[in-house]
Design a protein around this ligand. Structure first.
Ligand SMILES: Nc1ncnc2c1ncn2[C@@H]1O[C@H](COP(=O)(O)OP(=O)(O)OP(=O)(O)O)[C@@H](O)[C@H]1O
Length: 617
């Protein structure tokens, strides 16, 4: 690929960056970009990656490491850079979550662990706190006096190697020993992070290798970085010649409950000498929504970093309403009628509408999802699919299936080919052309083999097996560190297979089954925490009620931020619902109040841009 002169480099997709954003994209300093929702913080990281790669400012073999908070964010950032810079350059852009970054270090260098922290060659990742609590219960007879949260915190909060000075510490150490020496070892992601950190801190050569690999390090959603994650970052990179760009927004800090470090911005500046740079635009939200966000910034969050809307909007665009209902049935029917109109009359794609809840998705939106589906508008709990649909191997299988069974889908074939070329980084351009025609022949052959009679469950399984065999399981394992463990790779392949077979059983058509899997024309329903970084034309938040904000009195600031995050996912329209009654998780109908969260209603009202009305079907 031809190098672009730094002087003539332009941001991709004709985007105009704010002058300070452009300076950061082109600069090589440590920066902390602090800006509100929709300011283009993630976009700035994508543009900076393009600048560094396209101008060769980050020359081969150096790489860029971008750490995002969620898998889908990491995947989207990588895709954005790949589409703009091409496969070859974007291979030097590693976009990971903290969890996957730590896991890669552990998987690659586990032989370098100190003896007392050795783990089995394959290990189980423990995703449920209960597993840890069960180990703890075996060790600690006073278990009953300690809260679960404290146990989990104590287990992970200290850097390795552990001291053993107090009785509490010796119990913790015993739990670690038992989990590490289980067959296979049992590790939580936080333990993986601590082990990765230990490897770096006790092996200067590995640390040096890492620092020499990554000349630039990006940190997205930095406001929610936990102490453990920050310790890992510091162990890996502090004192190196790498340049760091962190971006975040303290008005969107919603992970304090999960250990986000409250002082992370100040700590980062003092540790790295980074310059704090504000951005002032909001490219996402229509002007009336920006006005509302500005009002809440000042009066709810007591901050002063106000935003200016983009010129692409008319000043009157953007609407925010609070709809008050007698009961959840009225709420469900009214929402359905309105959404139906938006889809059928206004032509809005259901995928551009998002339904959000604070927590307990099935309590607040379970019946609503069923009702929408029964009446012809597809909706689903998106969190069940967010991980699978951003797994490279799943994306590959799905797109190869599209390429086989949907002749018109040339984009799918391109994505499948992108995956294959990542497995064959040794190939020259002319050899890649050959690979492309091998893929075409494979697609034609499978299409022919399976076109004579309708597909069966076994047929779907066989096609997936052939697709994986075609790519080469060993190659996939060698090329993606996340799949080094065969069990993990098999699990994801099985997950796609099961979902496809389920969908096919209902739809009897493989394209429809694939469409269902990717959530085509389907309203995503999720919690606020899962919506971080995402954006939709319309956002419907169900349950602006004390019941949903039951933590408000204990963590007022965090819950206000959660409310701010929900609102700021909308580009054009946001609706909050309040139902005078709501079923609890045991199915009992309860009266709802706004005594605790009255301030949210007051400020919405005072902003002058919110329509608060009683609605009936
Ligand atoms: N310079 C720009 N010009 C036009 N559109 C932009 C620009 N920067 C970002 N956008 C668009 O604005 C939207 C928000 O961008 P982005 O997600 O990067 O913001 P963010 O600051 O990370 O948001 P948040 O913190 O709310 O998740 C996206 O649709 C993005 O494509």
């Amino acid at each position: 690929m031809r190098r672009i002169e730094p002087g003539i480099w332009q941001p991709a997709d004709d985007m105009q960056l704010e002058p300070s954003a452009l300076e950061i994209a082109k600069g090589s300093e440590n920066n902390l970009v602090v800006a509100g929702p929709g300011a283009g913080k993630t976009e700035l990281l994508a543009q900076k990656a393009c600048y560094l790669l396209q101008t060769n400012t980050c020359p081969f073999p150096y790489k860029i490491l971008a750490i995002s908070f969620k898998r889908d964010a990491a995947y989207n950032l990588k895709e954005r850079v790949r589409l703009r810079c091409g496969d070859e350059l974007s291979r030097r852009f590693d976009s990971l979550t903290f969890d996957s970054f730590a896991k890669q270090i552990l998987d690659r260098f586990k032989q370098a662990l100190l003896n007392e922290y050795k783990i089995s060659s394959e290990y189980d990742v423990v995703l449920r706190d209960q597993t840890i609590l069960d180990y703890y219960r075996l060790e600690d007879t006073d278990y009953i006096n300690t809260t679960n949260r404290d146990i989990i915190l104590t287990l992970h909060c200290t850097q390795l190697p552990h001291n053993n000075t107090s009785p509490g510490e010796s119990i913790r150490n015993e739990v670690w020993t038992k989990m590490l020496s289980a067959d296979p070892s049992k590790l939580s992601f936080k333990m993986i992070m601590r082990l990765a950190e230990l490897i770096i801190n006790t092996n200067p050569k590995i640390k040096q290798y890492l620092q020499q690999t990554y000349q630039y390090v990006f940190l997205d959603e930095f406001q929610d970085t936990t102490g453990i994650q920050y310790d890992l970052f510091k162990s890996c990179f502090l004192g190196s010649d790498s340049f760091y760009t962190a971006v975040g927004d303290d008005k969107q800090r919603i992970m304090l409950w999960a250990g986000a470090q409250n002082t992370i911005f100040e700590d980062f500046i003092s540790d790295t000498g980074a310059t704090r740079v504000p951005l002032t635009m909001n490219f996402r939200c229509a002007p009336r929504l920006v006005a509302l966000l500005n009002h809440l910034t000042e009066h709810l969050l007591a901050k002063t970093d106000f935003a200016t809307p983009s010129h692409k909007w008319h000043p009157d665009q953007g609407e925010c309403s609070v709809w008050i209902f007698e009961n959840p049935k009225d709420e469900m029917q009214t929402l359905f009628q309105d959404v139906h109109n938006w889809v059928t009359v206004d032509g809005l794609n259901p995928k551009d509408i998002c339904i959000l809840v604070k927590q307990q998705l099935s309590t607040y939106a379970g019946s609503l999802i069923d009702y929408f589906n029964q009446n012809g508008i597809k909706a689903r709990d998106e969190s069940k699919f967010q991980d699978m649909l951003t797994q490279e191997v799943c994306v590959f299988i799905i797109n190869t299936m599209y390429a086989i069974f949907d002749l018109k889908n040339s984009a799918a074939r391109q994505i499948a080919f992108g995956f294959l070329s990542n497995l064959h980084t040794e190939l020259e351009d002319h050899q890649l052309l050959k690979l492309e025609s091998v893929l075409s022949r494979f697609i034609k052959k499978i299409r022919k083999d399976y076109s004579a009679s309708p597909l069966t469950k076994d047929g779907i399984k066989a096609v997936i097996t052939e697709i994986i065999a075609f790519a080469g399981k060993d190659r996939i394992k060698a090329s993606f560190s996340g799949y080094k463990n065969s069990a993990v790779l098999d699990l994801y392949i099985k997950e796609v297979e099961n979902e496809l077979i389920n969908n096919y059983t209902t739809s009897k058509d493989i394209i429809s089954a694939l469409d269902m899997l990717i959530g085509k024309d389907t309203i995503p329903v999720m919690t606020i925490h899962k919506s971080k970084g995402l954006e939709y034309h319309t956002v419907i938040f169900i349950g602006l009620e004390d019941g949903a904000f039951w933590t408000f009195q204990q963590q007022e600031d965090e819950d206000k931020c959660a409310f701010f995050v929900a609102l700021s996912r909308a580009k054009e329209r946001v609706v909050f619902t309040f139902s005078k009654q709501r079923e609890d998780k045991y199915g009992r109908m309860r009266n709802q109040s706004i005594n605790n969260i009255e301030i949210l209603f007051q400020e919405l009202e005072k902003s002058g841009v919110v329509n608060i009305i009683e609605r009936r079907p």
